[in-house]
Design a protein around this ligand. Sequence first.
Ligand code: MG
Ligand code: MG
Length: 249
Amino acid sequence: MIIAKSAAEIEVMREAGRITARALDAVSSAVRPGVTTADLDAIAEDVIVKAGARPAFKGYHGFPATLCTSVNDQVVHGIPGGRVLKEGEIVSVDCGAIVDGYYGDSARTFPVGQVSAAANRLMDVTKRSLEAGIARCRPGMRLYDVSAAVQEVAEAAGFSVVREYVGHGIGRSMHEDPQVPNYGKAGTGPTLRTGMVLAIEPMINAGAADVRSLDDGWTVVTLDGAMSAHFEHTVAVTEDGPLVLTVAG
Ligand code: MG
Ligand code: MG
């Protein structure tokens, strides 16, 4: 069941989104060669806790950290730790915060120092695929209009859409109905209504779409070892169009 939120609930979610965005902004400023993914995790947790919110991922199904940090061929759910980021790598950082029981969820992929043109292009296309999906978040559109828009941008650039992991509804739980795949047939799926809130999160691979999980039980990597990027926003469907909640402003 898709739970529509009231305007008052969306205001609380906007605050959860704002804090999530501020944490990612702080991470963005800190990403450089020589920092560890654990350093980034500490920075994000500090921002969230000082804002009076709670990290959404810590303890979620036993996940041990505030961020998911996924480097290079890691797609999602990487665990922060002692890994030292190196020039030329990319790191996908997924972050969530809880305010008064409501969730915000957002991800960005950052370059570490100077990265290859191919890495820059992958990040740019993934971000653009998210923007294309967000633009479809209007009352009366169908859910897979969003999915198809993401897929079209990614595949037109020659990249692959990860199938095993998808976006989701979000509210008083991090993961609510509906699932929001990053692929699908336009004009199909549930009709979008005012008050629905979706976390749209393209995970786009430079190589093939196939992924596998590492033995840590969390980290997902590309099967072919090629790079992957991940961008995510929490977006409310409103009468006035898409309202991105995970922004710092
Ligand atoms: Mg996320
Ligand atoms: Mg999510």
